[in-house]
Every structure is written in structure tokens, then in C-alpha cells.
Ligand binder design. Structure first.
Ligand code: ADP
Length: 586
């Protein structure tokens, strides 16, 4: 900007000076030529008046020529050169010379031409003498005149050059003075463009630039206020969107993405948010039902809700989509807004509850049917036969016992599930509990002649827990090991590993098929239903174990090989968070 202004000033000045220079040089040249010619005319008239009549023209010419510094020629009416100050020898006839002709006709003759005699350009001025009998001519080499003109031009050029330098220097100085505030303005505008709205310009004076600077400052203030407000609204909006558990996706009428939040990215399994805005939704979300919903809402202009299954890497999830159209201020459609809830967990829990109810009903139905059947049979006459009656009563007692255990397990499970923390927690010496469990289960192991051992590490620090729960956990898991082992051993070790209590129960029993290892902790899941029932199992033992472990924020795992045995490992942390984290239930 600055350089351009200076350059245009300089070009203008140079052009003006050039024009002025050429004009003044040409004018000076013309004036000088005219004046010189006129002075030559006057000199010619003066010299002619002094021309003697005694024919001593040559002497006269020589004398005045040296005084005036001019060539003097005297020519008679016939053109004969009577005298010439530059040439003593006779010269050719001069009658045809235009200035001579004019002088002989009584006028002043002037001509500039090349002299073949002197081989120079001459300015000739001739005047009539002695009643036009003679012509007196003065001549001056044009070179002499041009030399003087050249000197004048040189002086003029020097002056012009000085003026040009001065004008350029002044133009640079003035340009700077004009441009400095513009530069300041330019810097401030650049800062605003980079988002620094606080920049202010302080200019003295009342000129147009100063007024512009004031307007700029006012505009900047308004801009800063508006931008701050917009930013604040943006921050509010984005923090709300970011903290929402519901996913939010908005598309415009051409189905290009205009807004998403992290929850939506997570739910739809979308790639990085960067660069997604503006992309067509069809390329991002591949789900037929989603498009149908989008098109339906866009076409009808009404809200719709739908639940659909969404495929994501590593599985699928159930999403509830609430889609609503939204409009510009004038009521023109702007796009469609989706608010998405992940209902996978809710649906899974609902399904689990339904399964649980049907499982419980089924589990209750079998012993109850059996009890009702045997009671009816007894009433119908079987009571008469004492042996049969006793046998039936034994069965009724077994089934009642199973019913009782089943209800007991269901109650235990529900009380553990609904608790955030366990009650009656106190430091418990695991050795003591181990002894009680040993007393309870050793006879059962003894019946099968199994090697039975519960090893507790010496000086094991007491573990803060509800002793009944831990003891139930140990009974369930060790009793299973005894139940599903016919030969060999059931060994339990209890020790401290790092910050955890580690309980390991290994047996040499029937084992669990690899594909069912994950499922044995589910409610009512049994590998072999008949065998479990015949052993009085409810199918809830390991589920209770798992829930007690989760209550203490621990983990349980199993490794097994069919026909060789199983090993259950439990880790329970000594240090726990005040509340147990939410976990997926089975
Ligand atoms: P159950 O009352 O049937 O024993 P559990 O929940 O305690 O129910 O166990 C679930 C299933 O896991 C059992 O039915 C059994 O098939 C299998 N299981 C549990 N512990 C063992 C074990 N130590 N060895 C082999 N199978 C086992």
C-alpha cells in the first residue's frame, strides 16, 4: 500500500517534471533562437549603416567580424561576393541564396542551412545596403548557437533534477505521514481478523482517517460484544451437548450433518467428529430404518419415534430415536433433529427379568407339581400302604426342601443385587470361616473319599466383609467342587496377593465344556440339568457367588477341562471404593 502510493506519487512527479522540462526547454530554445535572430538582424542593420562607400569592403568585413564574432559577407546585385570575412579568395555567386535574394529585394532575409563552403550549418541574416545595390550578410555557425542552447538546457536539466529529487523526497515524507495511520488501521484490522477484538486505534486529528479509526473502534466494540455473546452461547450449547447422555444429531434439508455430540458418536459408532460436519448422512450411517425415519420426518414435518437395532463394531445395540423437524425463523424447514437413547441395557434387563420370571416359574413348577401329585396319590389311597406312603412322603420332603432352597437362593440373590454396599461389614479372620466351611463340607467330601483341604495363608490380614456372605460364597463354590467331583481332590487356597484376597478352588471333577465356561455364572444355567437337579442344585449357586464378588468389587473366573477338573479363582480387593460401580447383571 505504502510503496504503491509512493510509486504513484513518484511517477506523477516525474511525468510532470518531464512534461514541464520538455516544454520549458523547447520554449527556451525557440525564444533564444528568435532573440538571437532578432539581435543578428539589428547587428546587420547597424553594420550595414557603417559600410563605407570606398569599396574597402574586405577590410571592413574583417574588422567588424572580429569585433562581433560573426562572419560578414558583402554581395552585389549580381550575386558577386565582394567581401567575406572568412574567405579572402573569391567565392561562387551568391545570388541564389534565399537571404540574399530577400535583402536585394529590400527586406531582411533570414535562413539557416548547410554551408558547402564552410561545411557547417549557419544562421544567415542579410540586409539591403546602399539602396539595394548591395546586400550585407551576417552569419553565425549554428553550432555556436546550439552550444549556448545546450548550456541553457544543461542548467535547466540540473534544476529539473534537483526539483525531482526534492519532490520525491517530499512525496515519500508526505506519503509516510498519510500512510502511518492507514498502516495502524491495517494492523488493527488484521488483529480483528485473527480474533483479537480488543485492539483499539488512537489517532490524533480530525481528518478522514481519524474519523475512520473512531468508527473502527466503535465497530470493534460492537463486534467484540456480539462475538463474546455468540461464543458464550456456543460454549453453553457445546457443554450441554457434550454432557448429555442422549445422542444428538442434526441434519439439514439436504441431509448434510450439521451437529453431533460425543454421545451420538459413541452410540452410532461414528468416526472422529473432525471433518464430519457438512458430509451427507447417507455416507456416514448405513441403516435402512434410519433413512426411512429421516425421510418420513422430513416429508411429513412431524415428529416420530422409533426403536431400531444398530450394528456397531463388536455387536449391536438397541437405539431409541426421537426425530423432530426444526425450522428457520420464517418457518422454512431447516432440517431434522435426532435425540437418541441407548436402550440396549434397559431392553436387556427387561429381557432378563422376563427370563428370570419364566425360569423361576419353571423351577417352582417342577417340585410343586411333584408335591401336589404325590399328595393326591396319597389321598387317593396310597396312604393305606405304609411303605408306599413313607416313600411318597420322602419324595414330598425332598421336593419341599428343594423349593425351600430355591426360594432361599432367590431371596439371597435379590438382596445382594439390590444392595449398593453390604451390611454388617467388619474385619473377618478368613481362617475362622474356612474352619466352619471345612466342618460343613468335609463329611460330604469324605462320603466320596475325596482329598479335601482348605489352606489359609499364615498371618492373613483380616478382610472387611459380612461374614455370612463370604462364608456363603465359599460354601457355594466348594460345595459345587465336591458335587461335581467323583474321584481325586478338592483343594482350596486363601491368600493375599498384592492388594487382593485371592481364593482359589480347584477340583479333579467332571469339568465344564469350554463353550459354556462364560455361562455357568448365569441364573439357572446348568451344564447338565438332570445331574444338577439330582444333586439338589438350584442353578443359582454360582450366580450368588458372582453377585457377592461384585458386591465386594472383585472378580471371579473359571478355567476347566472336561474330565480333568475345574479351577475357580476369586480376587477381592482389600481397598474398595465407597460404592460399587454399576455392572451388567446376569
Ligand atoms: P447348581 O446348583 O446347578 O450347582 P450353580 O450355579 O452352582 O448351580 O452352577 C451352575 C452350573 O455350573 C452347574 O449346574 C454345573 O453344571 C456347573 N458347575 C459348577 N461348578 C462346577 C464344578 N466345580 N465342576 C463342574 N461343573 C460345575
Amino acid at each position: 500500500m505504502k510503496n504503491k502510493l509512493i510509486a504513484s506519487y513518484v511517477v506523477l512527479i516525474l511525468f510532470m517534471i518531464l512534461f514541464m522540462g520538455v516544454y520549458s526547454i523547447v520554449s527556451t530554445q525557440n525564444i533564444y533562437h528568435r532573440d538571437y535572430r532578432e539581435s543578428m538582424e539589428k547587428q546587420a542593420l547597424l553594420v550595414s549603416s557603417l559600410l563605407p562607400e570606398d569599396q574597402e569592403y574586405q577590410t571592413f568585413a574583417n574588422e567588424y567580424s572580429s569585433q562581433l564574432g560573426l562572419r560578414i559577407t558583402v554581395v552585389d546585385r549580381q550575386g558577386t561576393v565582394l567581401a567575406d570575412s572568412s574567405y579572402e579568395e573569391p567565392l561562387e555567386n551568391h545570388l541564389k541564396r534565399p537571404e540574399i535574394q530577400k535583402a536585394l529585394s529590400g527586406q531582411v532575409g533570414v535562413d539557416t542551412r548547410y554551408s558547402k563552403t564552410a561545411h557547417l550549418y549557419y544562421l544567415y541574416v542579410a540586409v539591403p545596403v546602399q539602396n539595394r545595390e548591395l546586400a550585407l550578410r551576417l552569419a553565425k555557425p549554428a553550432v555556436d548557437i546550439e552550444q549556448t542552447v545546450g548550456q541553457i538546457i544543461a542548467v535547466a536539466l540540473f534544476g529539473i533534477l534537483l526539483c525531482a529529487v526534492f519532490a520525491i523526497v517530499m512525496s515519500v515524507v508526505f506519503s509516510r505521514r498519510i500512510i502511518r495511520p492507514l498502516d495502524q488501521l491495517n494492523d488493527a484490522v488484521n488483529e480483528v481478523a485473527q480474533g483479537n477484538y480488543g485492539k483499539k486505534i488512537y489517532l490524533n486529528g480530525t481528518g478522514q482517517v481519524a474519523t475512520l479509526a473512531q468508527s473502527f473502534n466503535v465497530m470493534n466494540q460492537i463486534l467484540e460484544f456480539n462475538v463474546n455473546q455468540l461464543e458464550e452461547q456456543n460454549v453453553k450449547l457445546s457443554s450441554m451437548l457434550n454432557s448429555m447422555t442422549e445422542g444428538v444429531v442434526a441434519v439439514d434439508t439436504k441431509f448434510r450433518l450439521i451437529l453431533t455430540n460425543p454421545a451420538a458418536h459413541e452410540m452410532f459408532g461414528l468416526p472422529e467428529p473432525k471433518g464430519l460436519i457438512g458430509k451427507n448422512i447417507y455416507g456416514l450411517m448405513r441403516n435402512e430404518e434410519f433413512y426411512l425415519l429421516l425421510e418420513e420426518v422430513a416429508e411429513s414435518g412431524r415428529s416420530r419415534s422409533r426403536e431400531l437395532e444398530w450394528q456397531v463394531p463388536g455387536g449391536s445395540r438397541m437405539l431409541r430415536l426421537n426425530a423432530a423437524p426444526f425450522f428457520r425463523q420464517g418457518g422454512e424447514p431447516y432440517g431434522v433433529l435426532f435425540v437418541v437413547e441407548d436402550v440396549t441395557q434397559i431392553r436387556r434387563l427387561e429381557q432378563m427379568r422376563t427370563d428370570f420370571v419364566s425360569n423361576v416359574s419353571h423351577e417352582l413348577k417342577t417340585p410343586l407339581t411333584s408335591i401336589i401329585g404325590f399328595v393326591d396319590t396319597l389321598k387317593a389311597g396310597a396312604m393305606e400302604d405304609a411303605d408306599t406312603a413313607r416313600h411318597f412322603l420322602d419324595i414330598i420332603s425332598i421336593e419341599s426342601g428343594r423349593l425351600y432352597r430355591l426360594l432361599q437362593d432367590i431371596l439371597t440373590l435379590s438382596s445382594i443385587e439390590s444392595a449398593d454396599q453390604d451390611v454388617n461389614v467388619s474385619p473377618v479372620a478368613l481362617g475362622e470361616i474356612a474352619r466352619q466351611v471345612d466342618q460343613l463340607l468335609r463329611p460330604k467330601a469324605g462320603d466320596k473319599q475325596l482329598a479335601f483341604e482348605i489352606r489359609v495363608e499364615d498371618n492373613l490380614p483380616p478382610f472387611a466383609c459380612n461374614r455370612d456372605r463370604i462364608s456363603q460364597m465359599l460354601i457355594n463354590i466348594i460345595e459345587n467342587a465336591v458335587k461335581y467331583t467323583e474321584h481325586g481332590s478338592v483343594i482350596t487356597t486363601i491368600e493375599k496377593r498384592g492388594d487382593n484376597l485371592k481364593i482359589c478352588v480347584s477340583d479333579t471333577g467332571i469339568g465344564i465344556p469350554a463353550d459354556q465356561l462364560d455361562r455357568v455364572f448365569e441364573r439357572f444355567y446348568r451344564v447338565d440339568k438332570g445331574r444338577s437337579r439330582s444333586m439338589g442344585g438350584t442353578g443359582l449357586g454360582l450366580s450368588i457367588v458372582k453377585h457377592i464378588v461384585l458386591l465386594y468389587q472383585g472378580s471371579v473366573s473359571v478355567s476347566s477341562e472336561v474330565g480333568k477338573g475345574s479351577e475357580f479363582t476369586i480376587f477381592l480387593p482389600y481397598r474398595r471404593a465407597s460404592k460399587r460401580p454399576l455392572t451388567e447383571d446376569h
